[in-house]
Design a binder for this molecule. Structure first.
Ligand code: KIV
Ligand code: NA
Length: 265
């Protein structure tokens, strides 16, 4: 595929090709992620944690999301770029939701938006879809509602919550979302959802019975190291490698070993 679109992702599901998705929040990282062949880049509101050091995703603003998204867009040639609508930019009413989505599309050049929630925000999602803006749903663990749940533990283990999640997923498909993220739910439930709907289901902590996987880039390359949920596979320990390199630099500067004769004018 030369350029991934929302249609490409649905084709991938039809062909049984798994979808790869990672976050990026800036130009330099997005360039690496896009060049590596990742299908979907998510400008996640996890930037609130990863980039700004907040404890939750709640503080990040729409303006800050637009800044991150426009930086990512300048780097990307192939991937589909999805941008999270941050907390407070879509919950009041459908008009506010549409206004926020329009700002993201116009000011960042992103290709689609993602909103957390099911039936509660149905009208807002419909309004955005009617404006021609592709929407990715997000069910299961929804970090913008952390103060309602109190913990980041596995969701939808109880039958009632599982049934509501399945109904929400079917509703999101019916109103026209092009894909859904399922975060931290039992693998069997995630597989059941993926088999019940024709749009791609991208999982994080949702097992491998879904149509694709997403991780937070800084977690999978091991730049962050305080966060270790079971679902996270670390492909590098960049925290350690960077610390080693940077302390070597400090040592070299102190020892007047850097710069040497070839590294000066
Ligand atoms: O903000 C984010 O990084 C996300 C993913 C974890 C799905 O929403
Ligand atoms: Na998010």
């Amino acid at each position: 595929y030369k350029r991934i679109t929302t249609k490409t992702l649905i084709e991938m599901k039809d062909n049984g090709e798994k979808i790869s998705m990672l976050t990026a929040y800036d130009y330099t990282m997005a360039k690496i992620v896009d060049s590596s062949g990742v299908d979907v880049i998510l400008v996640g509101d996890s930037a609130s944690n990863v980039m700004a050091g907040h404890e939750t995703t709640l503080p990040i603003t729409l303006d800050q999301m637009i800044y991150h998204a426009s930086s990512v867009i300048r780097a990307v040639e192939r991937a589909l770029v999805v941008v999270d609508l941050p907390f407070g930019s879509y919950q009041s009413d459908p008009k506010e939701a549409l206004r926020s989505a329009i700002r993201i599309m116009k000011e960042s050049g992103g290709h689609a938006v993602k909103l957390e929630g099911g039936s509660e925000i149905k009208d807002s999602i419909k309004r955005i879809l009617h404006a021609g803006i592709p929407v990715m749903g997000h069910l299961g663990l929804t970090p913008q509602s952390i103060y309602k749940f109190g913990t980041y533990t596995v969701r939808a283990k109880e039958e009632a919550e599982a049934e509501k999640l399945l109904e929400d997923a079917k509703m999101l498909e019916r109103i026209g979302c092009f894909a859904i993220v399922l975060e931290k739910i039992p693998a069997a439930l995630a597989e059941r959802v993926a088999k019940s709907i024709s749009i791609p289901v991208i999982g994080i902590g949702a097992g491998n019975g879904v149509d694709g996987q997403v991780l937070v880039l800084h977690d999978m390359i091991g730049m962050t190291h305080e966060f270790s949920p079971r679902f996270l596979r670390r492909y590098m320990n960049l925290y350690e490698e960077m610390t080693t390199a940077i302390s070597q630099y400090v040592t070299d500067v102190k020892a007047v070993d850097f710069p040497n004769e070839n590294e000066q004018y």
